[in-house]
Write a new protein. Structure first.
Lengths: 300, 285
């Protein structure tokens, strides 16, 4: 069964189609990345999935149930982009209140809060005020809140934005662990391409439409190119030889950039130019290249 | 603990832990106390020469009036959490839970009520201690009845303020409302200056405000003994004039309210605002 199944989902604000007939499936237990530049419709889609927004048309099923079924909310844990909890309450108080709202009480509630704090690695600062936490701690507290009712699907809206690289990795590994370790389905939005590299499935959305969908390696294969960069001793000669061989290149101040079909192609080119080249570098295509290609380079 | 009570507890904690919010929700009270101590007290005592125990009487009078407005301003302060939730989008964190809109509204009203009644109870305790310490004559039944009447007083204030706040979307609008309520309530309830010294149109408007009725009821309960003592043997006209001037007796047109009709009036107005609040909750769904 699919954790999320979306068919021809449409949501407009006035004349603007924020979500323009998108369809995708998130298999249960998978790690799904939703990518796109700002304003692409990622957050709108997330809001529709957690029933904060009604959609105009199309079908959206969560674990086989219609999204408007009230029980669906028990299956979903949401980590919002902005801080959502009360600054003057401790993390534990905040998470406990949210647990109550899902109908937990008594010793079940205490156990659920304890386990959520532990899974999110938030036990150390559980009794500090939410407003006094650092960015990374706050994010862990947010994740604990999202886990308190034991959801099967975890939605995270840009969980790593605004965090330093070390904290980002920590958060990322934790979310990854929840998915790989306990089989929780994870859907997250990000605009950090390198993060999406670990996902099972990547959907790139732009202008409300899905513009690419596949595994990270499929996207890299299809949309990014390997590239060779070389610094010439004699730029005119390099230019002449490349042109006579019919090899396409871009030149900028003595540095030549040559797109390759495969990295192996570089061997023959370097043989051709060995005596007139200062240095060279061969780089495999990255997901970042793919992203920029897919979204037409308009992203941030 | 069920969801409604959990939300109520959360809102109450948000208010009580925000010292600034607590302080500013008592701003109207502080203004009254300052005005009173600076000149209103002396002015009132001077205007009734040859009346013994006038100091005690006007003390009891002003404190009863304050007791009438405390639940109004503190309810408004408590509702700041709700307005902030809406404006900042934090409300989404509640909307993704299975909690129904009705339960959400109930939680908010209960927390507003809790804040109103806790702050009123503290105010009443301070009033009673002060009056007792200064030798103001008090009746035990009056004090006990006041304590019980804090319930309808806080209930009506919280429901009315909740209904008004359900139209408010931004903190800016809320601050505006809050200032207007804090400033006006002291006038409308006849505390900044006695009811009888205001123009008749203002008196009518003041009498329409439910908190004025609670103030009048509290005055009779807490300042009644002091009044009887001060005006012992005075002609009935003098007493009647004092009662209507100082807002012990409220009139609307030719109708004179007593405790029972005042309470009925308060509950009736509260019911109307409750209907408005319910309609607003229903409309949002």
């Amino acid at each position: 069964m699919s954790a999320i199944s979306v068919r021809n989902l449409v949501k407009s604000y006035g004349d603007v189609r924020a979500v323009d007939s998108i369809s995708f499936d998130v298999p249960e237990g998978s790690f799904f990345a939703f990518l796109g530049p700002n304003g692409a419709g990622k957050s709108t889609t997330i809001s529709i999935i957690c029933s904060l927004l009604d959609h105009d048309s199309g079908e959206l099923k969560i674990f086989g149930r219609d999204v408007n079924d009230p029980d669906v909310k028990r299956d979903i844990g949401v980590v919002f982009q902005d801080p959502m909890m009360d600054p003057r309450l401790t993390v534990r108080e905040n998470v406990t209140v949210r647990g109550c709202l899902y109908g937990l009480h008594g010793s079940d509630l205490d156990a659920a809060v304890g386990s959520a704090l532990e899974k999110a690695d938030a036990t150390d600062f559980a009794d500090r005020h939410y407003g006094k936490l650092s960015g990374g701690q706050r994010r862990r507290a947010d994740i604990a809140r999202a886990l308190v009712h034991g959801p099967r699907l975890l939605l995270l809206d840009e969980p790593t934005s605004g965090l330093d690289p070390k904290t980002r990795k920590h958060i990322w590994d934790m979310v990854m662990g929840l998915n790989r370790g306990s089989g929780m389905t994870v859907l997250l939005t990000t605009h950090y391409m390198e993060e999406a590299a670990d996902a099972d499935d990547v959907v790139v959305i732009d202008g409300g439409r899905i513009v690419a969908h596949g595994t990270p390696s499929e996207l890299k294969e299809e949309y990014s190119t390997d590239r060779m960069t070389l610094v010439a001793k004699d730029a005119d000669e390099v230019r002449r030889r490349l042109e006579s061989e019919g090899i396409g290149f871009e030149e900028s101040r003595g540095t030549f950039s040559i797109p390759l079909r495969t990295t192996l192609e570089s061997a023959s080119i370097i043989q051709l130019l060995l005596d007139i080249v200062e240095s060279y570098e061969v780089r495999m295509g990255t997901l970042d290249d793919a992203f920029i290609r897919i979204t037409g380079g308009q992203g941030e | 603990m069920n969801a409604v009570l959990a939300l109520a507890k959360r809102n109450s904690l948000c208010y009580f832990r925000d010292r600034g919010a607590v302080f500013f929700s008592l701003m109207a009270v502080l203004i009254v106390v300052m005005l009173y101590l600076l000149f209103l007290r002396n002015m009132l005592i001077d205007s009734y020469p040859d009346t013994p125990g006038m100091g005690n009487l006007v003390d009891a009078w002003v404190l009863s009036g304050i007791l009438g407005i405390v639940p109004v301003t503190t309810s408004a302060g408590a509702l700041q959490t709700l307005v902030t939730d809406r404006e900042s989008g934090r409300i989404r964190d509640f909307l993704v839970t299975p909690m129904s809109p009705a339960a959400f509204a109930a939680g908010n009203i209960i927390s507003t009520f809790v804040v109103g009644i806790v702050m009123s109870a503290v105010t009443l305790a301070i009033c009673l201690v002060y009056l007792y310490a200064t030798g103001c004559p008090l009746s035990v039944t009056g004090a006990a009845a006041s304590a019980i009447l804090l319930i309808p007083s806080a209930l009506s204030a919280s429901i009315i303020m909740y209904a008004i706040c359900s139209f408010i979307r931004t903190s800016g609008a809320f601050s505006g409302l809050f200032v207007v309520v804090s400033v006006l309530i002291g006038f409308l309830c006849g505390i900044y200056m006695p009811m009888g010294t205001m123009p008749s149109a203002m008196q009518t408007i003041g009498t329409l405000v439910p908190a004025s009725h609670m103030g009048a009821v509290f005055r009779n309960l807490l300042a009644g003994e002091a009044m009887d003592e001060a005006f012992l043997g005075a002609p009935a006209e003098t007493v009647d004039a004092f009662r209507s001037d100082m807002g012990f007796d409220l009139f609307l047109g030719g109708f004179q309210f007593d405790a029972a009709t005042s309470l009925l009036y308060v509950l009736g107005i509260t019911a109307v605002f409750f209907a408005v609040a319910v309609a607003m909750v229903a409309r949002k769904r």
